[in-house]
Write a protein that binds this ligand. Sequence first.
Ligand code: GDP
Length: 361
Amino acid sequence: ALTIGIVGLPNAGKSTLFNALTRNDVLAANYPFATIEPNVGVVGVPDARLPKLAEIFGSARILPATVQFVDIAGIVRGASEGEGMGNAFLSHIRESDAICQVTRVFRDEDVTHVDGKVDPSSDIETISTELILADLQTVENALPRLEKESKRDKSLAPQFAEAQKAAEVLGEGTGVFRAGLDLALLRDLHLLSAKKQLFVFNCDADELADEDLKNRMREIVAPAEAIFLDAKGEAELAELGDDEESEQLRAEMLADMGVEEPGLDALARVGFDTLGLQTYLTAGPKESRAWTIRKGATAPEAAGVIHTDFQKGFIKAEIVSFDDLVEAGSMNAAKAAGKVRMEGKDYVMADGDVVEFRFNV
Ligand code: GDP
């Protein structure tokens, strides 16, 4: 499964956020057989369509899509030179498919800041610089080998040329993704600055209400996504049960924070999207479920997510869009209204497709 690595300076609120994420853990509830590493949190992606499907099909349970977060401790200034957790830290980020930077915005005097003052843009700069310096080392180490190989095998010349460009932009302090380099040519180098990023700004209520401040932060990280949340508040929210009293308390806490939904929900959704993933839906009396596919996946590839045999023996997919299904009120009504399509092996899945696969066994 694809994972998002959580990084940030000490005291930014990473552990607090991670604890909130793992309390929301859907795996424990729905996949009791799964073994989970202690630093991995598997979070359900909230999807309001699933309860509706469950109602239409009388499903016994709901299984949302999930996104995995990994808590990567230990980035400090100098990490690229082996300070702090140094190399262990870098290899953990290398294994992640995207990076989530947690940045401190809350000012709480009782929580010290490594640099003595709360300055989000400077903190982002510190982390980004470490990622870039680590990449520069990687590229400089690889260049002599790439040069030799490209002399022997001319087809490798584009790789070598792109690595040279990478050394140049990294040396100027720009990441390879930002610089718009050809990431496919650089893939074998596993560069950190090639990864998609998203940013969590850890705020208290004051800052959550400060639209000017939020717009400034959005500008700093654009085109990456910015999520504003109160990690401490989210951790408290995540501890609440789902009895009536808890529901009421939850509503009050969200109102106090001035938000409509928990920040963790937004984080799960944006994280999922940042990873380049989308879902399709299946429904029946047993369960209503969202399945994870890459954007652009074809019908047989989507079938393969349920079972490899579904992909091998794929015949066709019976598909109705979620909206058409809800409007018709039942699968039979949707069929009668001509809203259920038969799609073949070249069909590219659309978000919100409700699917039943036909396959040979
Ligand atoms: P980490 O070093 O990045 O993992 O940071 P922690 O999650 O351990 O948080 C450091 C300290 O900041 C702890 O005392 C937290 O309770 C506190 N903290 C975390 N998030 C918030 C927040 O949103 N608001 C406030 N006021 N304090 C927070």
